[in-house]
Design a protein around this ligand. Structure first.
Ligand SMILES: [Zn+2]
Length: 199
């Protein structure tokens, strides 16, 4: 399995299967699947869905392992404002927002770009925000084995905003902490740092 391939080449069989089903759905909701504007829609929708769920084909552990370096640095490393785009598993509608992640190295650091990639691997699946938070946390904790790791995700859920209760401005926050972040002082320092602006 490639650790991180951008899924621009699509499996033809799967794409065709999904495309057929989207075509059926368009028909079922009362659309004319033969009108010009929808001609390529089932195929585009199929490719979009496969792109948004490509995380099933990717291995977050390998992504981290591909860029781990021995390093004595043992202060908190924080990556703030990582964009998150995922699909809720209940409605297959988007939820999106930001992730803030910190770890305290324990002999190894990881290339900074790998942390957002780990977020993408787990976000590009059908998810609930709680499990997404937990998946990222456990992956970093198990692979990097840091002195501590913290994950906070703030997200808006289209299934709440567009349908159901129609709470347009609500943001859901989830968090997880391991190791030194289970201590209140360390956790507070992290929370202060992610909520402050530089300058
Ligand atoms: Zn939902």
């Amino acid at each position: 399995m490639a650790p991180y391939q951008n899924l621009e080449e699509y499996n033809l069989n799967i794409t065709n299967e999904v495309k057929e089903r989207y075509s059926k759905i368009l028909d079922e909701i009362g659309e004319d699947v033969n009108r010009e504007g929808l001609e390529k829609t089932p195929e585009r929708a199929a490719k979009a869905m496969l792109f948004l769920t490509q995380g099933y084909q990717q291995d977050a552990v390998q992504i981290l392992k591909s860029a781990m370096f021995a390093e004595a640095y043992d202060e908190m490393v924080i990556i703030k404002d990582i964009e998150v785009y995922s699909l809720c598993e209940h409605h297959m509608l988007p939820f999106y927002g930001k992730a803030h992640i910190a770890y305290i190295p324990n002999g190894h650091i990881v290339g900074l770009s790998k942390i957002p990639r780990v977020v993408d691997v787990f976000a590009r699946r059908l998810q609930v925000q709680e499990r997404l938070t937990h998946d990222i946390l456990e992956c970093i904790n198990d692979t990097l084995q840091p002195k501590g790791v913290a994950v906070v995700i703030e997200a808006s859920h289209m299934c709440m905003m567009m349908r159901g209760v129609q709470k347009q401005n609500s943001v859901t926050t989830t968090s997880g902490f391991r190791g030194q972040f289970e201590k209140i002082e360390t956790r507070n320092e992290f929370l202060k740092l992610i909520s402050s602006k530089l300058s």
